[in-house]
Every structure is written in C-alpha cells, then in structure tokens.
Ligand binder design. Structure first.
Ligand code: FEO
Ligand code: CA
Ligand code: CA
Ligand code: CA
Length: 653
C-alpha cells in the first residue's frame, strides 16, 4: 500500500537505543563546548547521529562479510538507468508483456470494462484493483511447468481518485464515496485466481479457466484456530464467531508445501470507523491497530458491519492470514487465527528438518515486529489432505534482535510470562486477537516496517524487507538509523543455514544486515557492495523474490520521485564476490510501486504486479499523471500484472 493510505505507527513504546546514547553524548559535548542555540545543537545532534549510525552500520557490515570468491556480480543484464517517466522500462534484451489489467475478465460472464460506468456486478467478475502478491502455480497440478499455470493475485486496496470519474471537477475522495462506489471498491478488493498460458512466446490470461475465481470483501470465509468462536469474534450476523464475509487489504503473501495460497490482511483498520474508537470498550485495542474514529474509506456509512458502533467486534475478524485452495473453486477460504492478528505483510514458509512447517511473517507498521509460526506437527507429503488443518495448531513467536547478532524467538503462548489474566489475557484467543500487545509485553524488537519476508531456497537464510521508518528516534542494532527514510534489508540466519538441514523451528538464530538503502554519499549510512553503481542504489525495499541461483530481486515502494527515481526492481547476489551489489533491472511507470515478483520454475519468466500507477500527488481519474499501460485517452491508469521475458528466450538475470 502506498504511504497515503497507511497510517503512522501505533506502537507507543519502542525501547531505548541510539537516540539516548546520542542525547547523552550531545548534552555532554554541548556542555563541554559551551554551545548554545537550537541550531548549533541540532547540527551537532545530526553529526552525532551520523557518527553513531556509521559506527553501527560499519560493525554490522563487518559481521556481514562473506568470504569473497570469484568476480563481482553474477548478473549479466545491462543495468538500466534510473528514470521517472509515464511508462516503464526494463534492461536491454528483455521484453515487457501485459498479462492482465484492472477490469479485464476473470470469469467468463464479465462484461467489457467501462471505467466511465463501472458497477459492482461487473467488478465482481473482473480483475480487481491494486495487484500485489503473485503466486505462479504450474499446471498440470504438481508439474514443474513454466508455460501454463494458475496465477494467484492479491488485490490490496483501491485508489479512489483514480478509479471514479469526477462529477464536480474535483477528484473523488475515498472519504466521500457513494454507496454504489463503496460497493465497487469492495468488489475490487480481495484476490483473483486466473489461468494463464504462454502462446507463441506471449503470456495471456484465460477468462474461461475452470479454476478461475474472484474473491472479494464479501466472499464467505471461515475462521479457524484458537481465536475462532471467541466472544470478541461474535457479531449480530455471526453469533458463532466462526464465519466472516471477505478479506481486506491483501498485501504480500506466500504458499504452503501442500499447495495452498497464503494471503495476508494488512491495513484492515482503514475500512472501519466510529465513535467507539474513542469511547468504546475496545478503544485501547483499536488504537494499537490504528482503527480510526473518522473513516479512511467511507464504507461504514453504507455497510453497517464496518461501523464500530454497530459491530464493535467486526474488526477483530480481520488482520489474519487467509489460506485458499487454488484447486477447488468451491472451497471456503479460511482465516488461520493461530498465526496472529496484525498488519500482515510477508508470509513465507520453510520446512524444519523434522518436517514441521515454519511461516515467517512481518507486521508492516513503524516500530512493529517480525514473527514466525511453527506447526505442532510435521507436514505429510504423501497425503495432502492430512495437512488441511496443520496451520491451526502450533506456536507463534515474535523476534527479539539482540545487539550482538543473536535473534531470540519469544513464544506468544497464553499462561507464559506476562501473557496471563493479570494482563487481561484469559486464553490463547485473547493473545491472538491482541497479538501486538502480547508482543509488546514480551519485549520484542521494534522494527522499521517489516514488509515482505522471503526464504532464500539456495541458502536457507530468510530476508526481511524493512521499508523505512522516518519517525524512528530510538535506534537498535537491527534498525541502526534514526529517521530511516530509505529502509534496509536484514537477513535471518537459522542454525544450519547453508547446509541441507536448516533449523527454522528453533528458539535462536543469528541476524545480519544485508544492505542499508539510500544513495551512497548522500544518505547517511547507505551501504551496499562497494562496486554498486550510480544506478544500482535503491530506496524503500518492499517485496522480494529469489531466482533458482539464490540471487535476490528487490522491489521498491517509495523511491524518491523528487530525485527523478521511480520505484523499480533491483537484483543482487546474496553470496560470493557480488554480495549486495544491486543492479537496476526494471523501473515502474510514474506513481506506481513494484509488487509480487515471482519466477516460473524455469526462471525464463518473471511476473511483476505494478500497483497504483498514476498515484502521484494531484493525479486523478480525469487528470492522471500517466495512462499506463494502455495510453488510451479513454482509459485511466490500470494496475497490471506484467511478464518479463528475455528476447532470446533465455534465463532471466
Ligand atoms: Fe501493503 Fe506494507 O505494503
Ligand atoms: Ca502494496
Ligand atoms: Ca508492501
Ligand atoms: Ca510499501
């Protein structure tokens, strides 16, 4: 999601760190020098923060050194030049294909897209808005095919002012939508499952695919796991607390070894509003999740369940990981409460040596946390149906990143430590519904907005995209920069990483910083491989993927447009002499972020979800900053899934 919809941090208690150290040094040095005046003090503070940051960054990067072998980057594509333009660009020798756009048919009955007269009925059959996480699932099922498959796509949110034509000369505001517009928005959320095929070298979507499916903010779903049926999950429409309509703000995601998709509810808070946010029984809990009194989206005005005053428990039914079986179009999506409730972003699986499945996750909020869930039982590769409810039982942990490079996983288990009735946690359901507060009490490490989390299949290291945190005042070693405007990438190194038996399920790991983003020489503390070029630096890492050689592909959201840099996709080796030598491969059209990178098994196609093109300030349906991808005067910009292939048909990279 772009920063315009995202709210500021709601964790009130990030722990002490570099700012205290800096403040102490500042007062001592200021006293010694007899400095007076706010300007001089501020300049000195800047200098000290810079010094301290550089020291931390230096020491972290020292621990991050991996023995250098061979030449620099193994990536051979010619680096793209930074640009900011109405259209997108890819490295020479590669080609961009449009696979499916907002409004294209997903189901065969879908009418032709007419953006001047969009209806909820049409939108429910068409590709939704703001595509994010992508999962390519080869067909036939179980094959390793790379020319035919199912594409799962998250639809995160709606950019209201780019979706609806103006009726009064002003852009339509998300706070003032009509009932009809809100209904369109609800149908543009959720996800799409669509069959795709490469024919004569070109990818196309198949609206007649028998497994195709649209899931929206109204699709019936089931709640399962320890919080299902909890009194705080019950509503007038669902006195059982086990059934819910729809999923909201699906951001990044993942999948399971048994072939289901995991899609994540991120900024679910934005859809609820009401006086209860200030005065209700659950006001404190709402606050910790940023659930507002005044609407961000105007849905509560039209649909009673989004009003906190009508249904105070409805928001408790959002903020979960949703599991979907892509091979059964009639299956009910299931919200797996055992995996915790927060602004879920990344969700990547790994398998421990004993077969238990581990799901790594991030909570994308300033000063919130990294989590993992470990199943109670191993998964069964021989009987896929035996894994049906594997995600309902297990242990949820939150990460504490010690300054010495140790990572401790702290269990969020009712009855242990502070997670007892004394703190109003009466059962595991309470712990899960208020996962953030439970993690606060355990002393988890506040992070710089954990977005995507992905496992590198080549090494077993797990990568966390920490996108930025400009409001950070108190640094810690894992988040070493106060006012971190550009973000960084952190590696979790479980015991056994680099061998065949990586212990993802254990209570401890190591961590290192892979890179500190920003422009070297300009942005304090920016660190990459020393050979990274002027075009290779990046800002605001958000999503990532790994190719089969274990190289990382980093997508950004929040590049400094003022500096003439659009969001893009950057690739780097993770090991050897080219470690952290990032190179620019693709650059998005104006206003867009790059999401959902995923490769076909043969690594000859890379799919990207280009989200919110044209979402620049002052841009609207009637006056968009770009009309990508159609450049048709009758078409607004359209979020689109693209496929990038090499012109000679070779492997990407
Ligand atoms: Fe939906 Fe955190 O980006
Ligand atoms: Ca997004
Ligand atoms: Ca994101
Ligand atoms: Ca983002």
């Amino acid at each position: 999601m772009s920063d315009e919809i995202e709210d500021i941090g709601s964790n009130p208690s990030p722990r002490a760190g570099i700012a205290e150290v800096v403040a102490a040094r500042l007062s001592r040095r200021a006293a010694l020098r007899g400095l007076a005046g706010a300007g001089a003090a501020a300049a000195l503070a800047d200098q000290l923060i810079e010094d301290a940051t550089a020291q931390i960054a230096q020491s972290q990067l020292r621990t991050a050194q991996i023995p250098m072998t061979g030449g620099p980057s193994t990536l051979t594509f010619p680096e793209l030049h930074h640009q900011m333009a109405q259209t997108d660009a890819v490295a020479e020798g590669y080609e961009i294909q449009h696979v499916i756009r907002w409004g294209d048919p997903v189901l065969p009955q879908a009418p032709a897209f007419d953006p001047m007269r969009q209806t909820a009925q049409a939108q429910a059959l068409q590709f939704g808005y703001n595509n994010d996480f992508l999962d390519f699932i080869p067909l036939p099922r179980g094959s390793n095919g790379s020319d035919h498959g199912l594409l799962w796509v998250n639809h995160e949110y709606t950019s209201t002012r780019l979706i609806f034509p103006s009726t009064d000369g002003r852009p339509v505001s998300n706070r003032q939508t009509t009932a009809e517009q809100a209904a369109v928005e609800m149908m543009a959320h959720g996800g799409s499952l669509v069959e795709i095929r490469r024919v004569n070298g070109r990818w196309q979507s198949l609206p007649g695919g028998t497994l195709n499916r649209r899931i929206t903010a109204e699709t019936p779903m089931r709640l399962s796991g320890p919080a299902a049926g909890h009194p705080r999950m019950r509503t007038n429409n669902d006195p059982t607390g086990t059934r819910v309509l729809g999923m909201l703000n699906q951001c990044a995601g993942g999948n399971t070894p048994w072939g289901t998709v995991l899609t994540t509810e991120e900024n679910f808070n934005a859809y609820f509003s009401g006086e209860a946010a200030a005065t209700g029984e659950q006001a404190a809990a709402y606050r910790r999740y940023g659930i507002p009194r005044q609407p961000v989206y105007n849905w509560a005005a039209h649909v009673p369940r989004f009003s906190l005053d009508r249904e105070p428990n409805e928001p408790n039914r959002f903020g979960w990981i949703v599991e979907i079986d892509p091979f059964d179009p009639n299956s009910t999506p299931i919200k797996r409460t055992a995996l915790g409730r927060f602004k879920h972003e990344g969700c990547t699986h790994a398998v421990a040596p004993d077969g238990r499945v581990v799901i790594y996750m991030g909570d994308d909020e300033r000063n919130d946390y990294v989590y993992k869930f470990v199943t109670a039982r191993p998964w069964n590769p021989n009987d896929l149906s035996a894994n049906r409810d594997l995600l309902d039982e297990g242990t949820l942990y939150v990460a504490k990143f010690e300054d010495d490079g140790t990572l401790r996983w702290l269990p969020l288990t009712h009855g242990e430590g502070p997670l007892t009735s004394a703190n109003n946690f009466h059962n595991q359901g309470d712990v899960l519904i208020e996962t953030r507060r439970a993690a606060d009490l355990l002393g988890a490490t506040p992070m710089d907005r954990p977005e995507d989390v992905e496992t590198n299949p080549a090494t077993g290291r797990v990568y966390v995209m920490l996108t930025n945190n400009a409001s950070r005042t108190t640094a810690n070693a894992a988040n070493p920069r106060p006012r971190n405007a550009h973000g960084h990438v952190l590696e979790i190194i479980p015991p056994g990483a680099g061998t065949a038996a990586v212990d993802h399920a254990g209570l401890e790991a190591r961590w290192e910083i892979f890179l500190l983003a920003g422009k070297p020489g300009q942005d304090v503390g920016a660190r990459y491989h020393r050979a990274t070029s002027d075009q290779g630096w990046l800002s605001c890492p958000d999503n990532c993927a790994f190719d089969s050689k274990g190289r990382i592909w980093i997508a950004t959201d929040g590049a400094p447009s003022a500096a003439g840099v659009a969001d893009g996709l950057y690739a780097a080796d993770t090991m050897g002499g080219g470690r952290a030598l990032t190179k620019l491969f693709y650059q998005a059209p104006s206003g867009a972020e790059v999401c959902g990178p995923t490769f076909t098994p043969d690594n000859k196609t890379l799919f990207l979800a280009i989200q919110h093109p044209g979402e620049d300030s002052g841009s609207s349906f009637n006056n968009p900053s770009t009309r990508w991808p159609d450049f048709d005067p009758a078409m607004p910009p359209r979020p689109t899934v693209i496929a990038i292939v090499k012109k000679d048909g070779g492997v990407i990279g």
